[in-house]
Design a binder for this molecule. Sequence first.
Ligand SMILES: Nc1ncnc2c1ncn2[C@@H]1O[C@H](COP(=O)(O)OP(=O)(O)OP(=O)(O)O)[C@@H](O)[C@H]1O
Ligand SMILES: [Mg+2]
Length: 265
Amino acid sequence: MPEPAGPDLLRLDGVCKSFGKVVVADRLSLTVGAGDLVGIVGPNGAGKSSLFGLIAGDLRPSAGQIVFAGRPVTRLDATARCRMGIGRTFQVPRPFGGMTVLENVLVAVQQGAGLRRRPSYAAAAAVLDRTGLLGDANIPAERLGLLSRKRLEVARALATGPDLLLLDEVAGGLTDPEVAELVTIVRGISAQGVAVVWIEHVLHALTATVHRLLCLAGGTFIGDGAPAEVLALPEVREVFLGTEVTASLHQAGPRLADGQDREDR
Ligand SMILES: Nc1ncnc2c1ncn2[C@@H]1O[C@H](COP(=O)(O)OP(=O)(O)OP(=O)(O)O)[C@@H](O)[C@H]1O
Ligand SMILES: [Mg+2]
């Protein structure tokens, strides 16, 4: 397993969560270092989004501990964890549709980062710039195309001033050039020292970006390490049965067969 990029920022110890008979976390343990850039893959329904819910405070574990920045956060709600520096996007974007892009980002800056007045406008402008949204600042969110909706989802999470950014399938449904734009944005965020954990079905986006890849299946991590090594593991290949590797890991990385990369246009 590669060494984390810095001291532990996030630690999960023996975290458990089930929905009825569906086990999404079975004594999950995980550490993410400050400034780390980690990808998560796994079959549909594996519990990847639920894992983000557990980390961000939208879901409560039935057992186990979550520690962020050296403090136990297991009992803290999502608002408290956001203010401590955990930002997340949602698989289905959740902007305020009638508000402009700038207004959406301002809400996140003011509520999440706690800034007011002029500093909040400056911070919002910086986030719009980093996510390529300056030209869309005055457009109502509901009128955005898919790429800009994805950018806005990242922008709203970034605007809360996170040390840890959780990205849930932000590349789904995008064309290859659009995916490349998003990869550039994520790399830029990572280069500023923000730790990023990115769940994605678009494997070539992940393999082009992350240093470490985890594969979640059956409530546990069945792979954790360098992306090429994890994707070559027999148990990982098994859960992706029916997927087609169309490109070398050393080039663009593998792609899922048509239909695996779920469309959400
Ligand atoms: N709030 C909930 N109540 C009941 N069941 C849930 C809830 N959230 C998730 N589940 C179930 O838990 C399982 C894991 O869901 P989750 O959304 O975490 O998977 P995922 O790995 O993100 O899948 P996908 O790749 O399709 O996004 C699924 O069977 C889902 O139906
Ligand atoms: Mg999901």
